[in-house]
Write a protein of this length. Structure first.
Length: 535
């Protein structure tokens, strides 16, 4: 057993298969210990009773199964790290008919309509607005958000369009609610934004009593990792105007945004914009009377492949703390400040198309992550310049692509893949702590919060998977979801007997009130939804 620098251990507990326990005290290290069953006794080494807080439901409140359309992202971008056309489904919660019950919209894939489920008083859900959603199935839904766009007292629905298909219809949509949960598409409320999006959030930016929008840009289809534009849209009597250049010009070509929230992190009375993404640190756009100035928390969070951000006051000190969901530590790349993980993008073979080069450092040299076979499929000159696998293996990045080409390429570095808790220590200062190792086994695509063990402290439930990695990388499926208990001071410990098991390509989580119960819904790509009763 690896004990580091310790020269003695206080106590060794040996649990035999029939439940008997042998205890040995004051052991010196660096010795072989022989155990004998006759020295074991009947005793309980774990006095705490394990409680399963989740039970998977068989009788479901509604049936949902996502069907992903077939599209090969790697046909034109052979060296893409992961598919970007299989990001859904996502689930959004709101009360669409004003009866006080939680209703949901689940986003659709291209060719598959999104679905709205409205809760009834029999603790089940009715599917509604099918004709409307069916007419919109040409879009790839990436995210949806319930908010009152026209200030008439009901929840309207903004749906973000996206994906990685170059010829897709990328226009976002706004659907207006008649107050009873019947929706119709607004034809002229949104400006033309031809972008592949990721997230939309609402907040009254200009303090005129209506809700304005932030819309995040995920990717330029076919041109990963070229930074996408993100936008601020001001609400002018129910119509939205693109004011990004005036209020937040740094949002243009910001990066590969995956998630964002409006949050008053500095407690100055207005909400600021906090954004995460791939090859990005946590980026804050501070709100100063409706104008936003950009700052980065790179020193605190590092640069990662961040997929989610959520807020809560975990240490109960009156300000908001944050959970940042990252790729996790269960990956082959590694990313450290002293040894970053790199991506370069340029037309390295002068073919007129952008090429992606992933790289890691070894012994002071940058080496390609992708092999000769895949790299040469994208850039045929590699087979000519390096006729054998050995010659390619012995070459570093500068020898393969040329130092001048690399210097002029778009270049990002990732320095941290761990999912984090950021504890707000006031005045805009944060303490960063890695989530427990059980939360690092896969990508953290979503977190929800609930006092699981009823001790008065908010706990964390999370999960996520990415099945569609490139051919030389196994899929990111190590996480089966997790429950992390909070001690009330902002310290977290995994609880591994919770009964939560999230199998499959998990893309989103949502905690619903259904009758008098709480239910956790997990939606999966190309699969059915999972439902768990929170006991």
């Amino acid at each position: 057993m690896g004990l580091g620098d310790h020269q003695k251990i206080d106590e060794l507990q040996v649990l035999w298969p029939d439940g008997k326990v042998q205890v040995i005290k004051d052991l010196k290290v660096n010795q072989l210990i022989q155990l004998d069953y006759k020295n074991a006794t009947n005793q309980n080494i774990n006095a705490q009773k394990n409680i399963e807080y989740f039970t998977q439901l068989v009788d479901l409140p509604f049936n949902y199964q996502q069907l992903e359309n077939v599209y090969d992202d790697f046909k034109d971008e052979i060296l893409l790290p992961n598919k970007l056309s299989t990001q859904g489904p996502k689930i959004s919660k709101g009360d669409v008919n004003g009866d006080g019950l939680d209703d949901v919209y689940i986003s659709g894939a291209k060719g598959m309509a999104g679905k709205m489920f409205v809760q009834n008083h029999q603790n089940s859900f009715d599917e509604t607005n099918q004709k409307l959603w069916q007419s919109e199935k040409r879009y790839e839904d990436i995210h949806a958000h319930f908010f009152d766009s026209d200030m008439d007292g009901d929840m309207d629905l903004y749906v973000v369009s996206g994906g990685n298909e170059k010829n897709s219809d990328l226009q976002d949509r706004l659907y207006l609610n008649d107050g009873e949960g019947n929706f119709s598409k607004s034809q002229n409320a949104l400006p033309r934004l031809k972008q592949s999006g990721s997230i939309v959030q609402s907040y009254d930016i200009d303090e005129d009593k209506d809700l304005d929008l932030f819309v995040g840009g995920r990717v330029v289809p076919g041109k990963y990792p070229v930074p996408a534009n993100s936008y601020i849209l001001l609400n002018e009597n129910g119509k939205f105007k693109n004011v990004t250049e005036d209020l937040a010009p740094d949002l243009l070509k910001l990066g590969l945004v995956t998630d964002a929230i409006f949050s008053d992190y500095d407690k100055d009375g207005d909400k600021d914009l906090m954004i995460v993404g791939e090859w990005m640190p946590l980026t804050i756009f501070k709100n100063d009377e409706g104008r936003f100035s950009k700052s980065s928390l790179e020193e605190t969070t590092g640069v990662g492949w961040y997929y989610s951000i959520s807020e809560n006051d975990f240490d109960q000190d009156g300000d908001q703390d944050y959970v940042l969901g990252n790729l996790g530590l269960n990956n082959k790349f590694g990313a450290k400040k002293e040894k970053p993980f790199h991506v370069f993008c340029d037309d390295f073979d002068d073919s007129g198309n952008l090429d992606i080069v992933l790289s890691k450092e070894s012994k002071g040299k940058l080496l390609p992550v992708r092999g000769r076979e895949c790299s040469s499929q994208q850039m045929p000159f590699i087979k000519e310049d390096f006729p054998t696998f050995k010659s390619f293996a012995l070459a570093d990045l500068s020898k393969i692509y040329g130092q001048e080409k690399l210097a002029n390429a778009l270049h990002y570095e990732a320095t941290n893949f761990a999912s984090l808790v950021l504890t707000n220590e006031s005045n805009g200062n944060f303490k960063s702590t890695n989530l427990p190792i059980e939360a690092q086994m896969g990508p953290l695509l979503q977190t929800v919060f609930h006092d699981i063990n009823q001790d008065g402290h908010i706990d964390i439930i999370g999960g996520g998977s990415i099945y569609n990695a490139e051919v030389e990388t196994v899929r990111y499926d190590g996480s089966k979801g997790f429950v992390i208990l909070n001690d009330g001071l902002g310290n977290f410990k995994n609880y591994d007997q919770s009964g939560l098991s999230l199998d499959g390509n998990i893309k989103d989580l949502c905690l619903l009130s259904v009758g008098n119960s709480k239910q956790l819904i997990a939606v999966r790509n190309s699969d059915s939804a999972l439902f768990f009763l929170v006991k």
